[in-house]
Design a protein around this ligand. Structure first.
Ligand code: B1H
Length: 837
């Protein structure tokens, strides 16, 4: 039916007369909101509170999104372009209402509308819960890419899981311990999703796979457990376009009925894994990032999601009645890390066992369809699945993986005859007890292109974890796409005053520069204009006050706003070195304690903020939180220092909290051990909002410095090539810390002596540094302290600092996720913008 609209029933004019258009006026909007109060919510006008008003407004906005969403899907059906699919186990969407209003261009109208109904838009927006279906950067990147896909009018869909519980809520106990509570984000209904009870697939687990003996290579996989995948669709509006793409999230249901598994906050992970029932599969997001655990339920999540997504993609392709050989001409699938790598053997299975293709025909299709993005080179994060577990859960897929490996190793052997070590290194199977499948190897050989997420990281992928593959297959397959962020959420939405000042200054419509972010360069000459600088600084100040008000209302703490705001917000992990930061804070505290009043008078007050979650089983990361919280108690309560230094750990870091913190920052810290942070994306968000960067020469920090100029960033620490040698020295020629870095030794000893609590609780954390110091804190501490001093010095000259801030924002255009998604579209997927009227 492609190409022609049809009216299968009734009278076309009657249909057309009934079709709803977009709300445009305040009058349309108030009517629609009241209508939803009355019908969808079945409530009376007199008992509507802010939550009810939020729900009604959201449903009204959803109606508008649906108008565009329907037209977008119709446009694709008519034009039948090649489509790309982004498979990600995580989509960290945050809140939707404000973003949808801005993208639709209806924020002012809704603001007026709800005001006429007696509500304030800010109060309503604040009622929304975050959709927190992700751990951190990887999941938020997926969300930014969907925004950019719609904003650039690309036919790009996301596929993920509809977890009943997203990332846990973080509570901090009075002693400073992280406690985890479930995140019941669906409790108040979710107006942003459309259940598609008619879109379902049956997904098999376990059972037996019998190969046929007819030489076809086919097999029959039967028995075991079948679970139903049900689609929930989330609309993804583009900014200033009608294109509204789809994010399809799968929910698992048992074929027979529903058995509720109870969820126990006390034993978080245990409770998650206890149930073998069908609905357990999509019950919870795994809260560990950068560790691969080999848990059966996680494997079932991965297969359930990839199999449902592929079945859906295949059904859409088959509706076109094209030969299967053309599959890669219409479908590109991006694998967000190795989590969806089972899609490779799954597509082989479909093509061979169900579609009767030969192995070679199937492999040609597969290797022209998939694209793989690597997000980390940390060894503990590289996914490996035990062979016995795979054999038990997915017997047919293990056979296919073994066959892929056989053909692959034959080709390697042909090129490097007799090089057994190379074969062992490159094999999909790692020898050992048990044997394990190396998912990064499978993803690499099954894909058309492989990329890292920043230049340095892509180099490391090419020269370390996939070196042999680059040698074997050639460099051109192994490339880079530097990450990006959406300037809609991460500037216009989170920093409306700065956005308005930029619009006024550039003298173009905001929907021009927000879609062509390099236009920010037009701000550069204005850095020399004193009035502009004053306006710029005043906005930063108001953003600090907004953050302080937030801390006051949520935690009851009073933050001073006449200070430098120094922020580190990200997952708590040893490689990100929050520990270095807190040790630096203690060093500053100890220094302040011995200063004379005259010396202190010259000190610029500083407020240090931390936020971030630790994986529930990551003991050292949890100790780091405990240390920060207890240091804060001492510092904030010390009359000698509290006018010069304040420290806060803000609990339950989230997208929404980031939106308040980032615009308020003067300096933010991105201080990973060189070579460990693949890219980082919050670094981009801070700099886009005029915060300066203090960091190591790592990830996207390097490219930010290239863009904004080295004089506008504060770099310190050893470089990537030195890291291996330093680690070797630590192991084989250790130097006592007292000798190597007395300043650090003193800080560690002060902690041990009980300055922040009179027990040995921190010793395991301190020993990671005193012993082999894998993340090189003792090597970088002195240069870190020196860099902090340079930040202090630079901040003394307020006018110069503001110039740096303006020049930083002005040079951040490269980091728009529009640029990144268009690189994927053009150089990988070969898809094109597909606009419509
Ligand atoms: C990133 C992860 C990650 N890299 C495993 N790897 C996970 C690995 O649940 N898991 O098993 C979850 C997440 N996340 C981050 O990706 C990098 O550390 C950042 O540097 C990068 O900016 C981000 C987006 O590319």
């Amino acid at each position: 039916a492609a190409g022609k609209e049809q009216w299968p029933r009734g009278e076309e004019e009657v249909w057309r007369a009934g079709i709803r258009g977009l709300d445009k006026t305040v009058d349309d909007i108030t009517k629609s909101v009241v209508n939803h109060v009355q019908t969808s919510l079945a409530r009376q006008a007199y008992n509507i509170d802010d939550l009810g008003a939020y729900q009604a407004a959201a449903l009204s906005v959803r109606d508008n999104l649906l108008v565009n969403w329907n037209e977008t899907q119709l446009n694709y059906t008519k034009k039948n372009p090649k489509r790309a699919y982004y498979l990600s186990l995580e989509f960290l969407m945050g809140r939707t209402l404000d973003n949808a209003l801005l993208n639709l261009g209806l924020k002012d109208e809704y603001k007026d509308g709800v005001q006429k109904l007696g509500f304030s838009i800010e109060d309503i927006l604040d009622k929304e819960r975050d959709a927190a279906l992700g751990n951190g950067g990887l999941g938020r990147l997926a969300a930014c890419y969907l925004d950019s896909g719609s904003s650039t009018e690309l036919p790009l869909w996301g596929y993920g899981l509809r977890y009943k519980y997203g990332i846990f809520q973080q509570l901090i106990s009075p002693e400073g311990n992280q406690l985890e509570a479930p995140d019941p984000w669906l409790d108040n209904q979710n107006p942003w999703e459309l259940p598609r009870l008619d879109v379902t697939y049956e997904i098999r687990f376990y059972g037996r796979s019998e190969r046929s003996h007819d030489g076809s290579g086919r097999a029959v996989w039967a028995g075991g457990q079948e679970v139903v995948a049900v689609a929930y669709d989330v609309m993804i509006p583009g900014y200033g376009t009608k294109t509204t793409n789809n994010l399809r999230l799968w929910e698992s249901r048992s074929k027979r009925g529903f058995d509720l598994n109870s969820f126990n906050a006390g034993n978080y992970e245990g409770a998650v894994e206890s149930s073998n029932s069908a609905d357990a599969i999509t019950s919870v997001l795994y809260p560990n990032d950068h560790t691969s655990f080999g848990k059966e339920l996680r494997l079932k999540q991965q297969y359930f999601w990839t199999a449902a997504s592929l079945a859906d993609i295949m059904r859409r392709f088959k509706n076109q009645n094209k030969p299967l050989a053309q599959f890669p001409d219409f479908v590109a699938i991006q694998l967000n890390d190795t989590h969806p790598t089972l899609a490779i053997p799954e597509l082989m299975r479909i093509l061979i066992d169900e579609e009767d293709l030969t192995w070679d025909q199937a492999w040609t299709i597969v290797t022209n369809t998939f694209f793989y993005t690597n997000h980390t080179v940390l060894p503990e994060a590289l996914e490996k699945w035990p062979v016995p577990l795979l054999e038990h859960v997915l017997p047919r897929h293990l056979q296919i993986i073994y066959d892929i490996n056989l053909f692959f190793l034959q080709a390697v052997e042909k090129k490097y005859p007799g090089d057994r070590e190379r074969l062992a290194r490159m094999s999909l199977i790692e020898e050992g007890q048990p044997k394990q499948v190396r998912m990064a190897h499978l993803a690499a050989i099954g894909s058309r292109k492989v990329n890292g997420v920043a230049e340095l990281h892509s180099d490391l992928v090419r020269t370390t974890i996939l070196k042999d593959f680059v040698e074997f297959e050639g460099l051109s397959k192994y490339s880079n796409v530097t990450n990006g962020i959406t300037p809609r959420r991460w500037l216009d939405q989170c920093n409306p005053e700065l956005s308005a000042l930029i619009t006024k200054t550039l003298a173009v419509d905001k929907n021009v520069w927000l879609k062509d972010l390099k236009l920010l360069k037009g701000l550069i000459p204005h850095a020399e204009d004193a009035d502009f600088r004053k306006a710029w600084a005043a906005i930063k100040q108001r953003n600090k006050e907004r953050l302080a008000a937030h801390v006051q209302s949520t935690l009851g703490l009073t933050v001073r706003t006449d200070a430098m705001f120094d922020v580190q917000i990200k997952r708590i992990h040893e490689y990100k070195r929050q520990t270095l930061n807190i040790l630096g804070v203690i060093h500053r505290y100890l220094t302040l304690k011995v200063m004379t009043p005259e010396e202190k008078a010259k000190v610029n007050p500083r407020v240090v903020f931390f936020a971030g979650k630790a994986a529930p089983a990551y003991y050292i990361a949890k100790l780091t939180i405990r240390l920060i919280v207890n240091v804060a108690k001492v510092i904030n309560g010390d009359p000698d220092t509290k006018d010069y230094l304040q420290l806060y750990f803000l609990p339950d870091y989230s997208v929404s909290l980031a939106e308040v913190l980032i615009p308020a920052s003067d300096i933010s810290q991105h201080i990973s051990t060189a070579g460990t942070e693949a890219s980082g994306t919050s670094n981009m968000k801070f700099c886009l909002n005029g915060g300066l960067l203090l960091g190591t020469v790592d990830g996207a920090n390097i490219e930010i410095a290239e863009e904004v100029g080295e004089s506008n960033v504060f770099f310190f620490g050893h470089l990537t090539p030195a890291v291996e040698d330093l680690r070797y020295q630590h192991l084989y020629h250790p130097v006592p810390i007292e000798e190597k870095c007395p300043a650090l030794a003193n800080v560690l000893n002060q902690i041990s002596s009980g300055l922040f609590g009179n027990d040995d609780i921190y010793e395991p954390l301190l020993n990671t540094i005193r012993q082999n110091d894998y993340y090189l804190l003792s090597d970088d501490f002195d240069s870190y302290i020196a860099a902090l001093a340079m930040v202090d010095e630079a901040y003394q000259d307020k006018e110069e600092w503001i110039k740096k801030s303006i020049n930083t924002t002005a040079n951040m255009g490269k980091f728009s996720s529009d640029r990144a998604i268009l690189e994927y579209a053009e150089s990988f997927w070969n898809i094109e913008p597909t606009p419509f009227k």
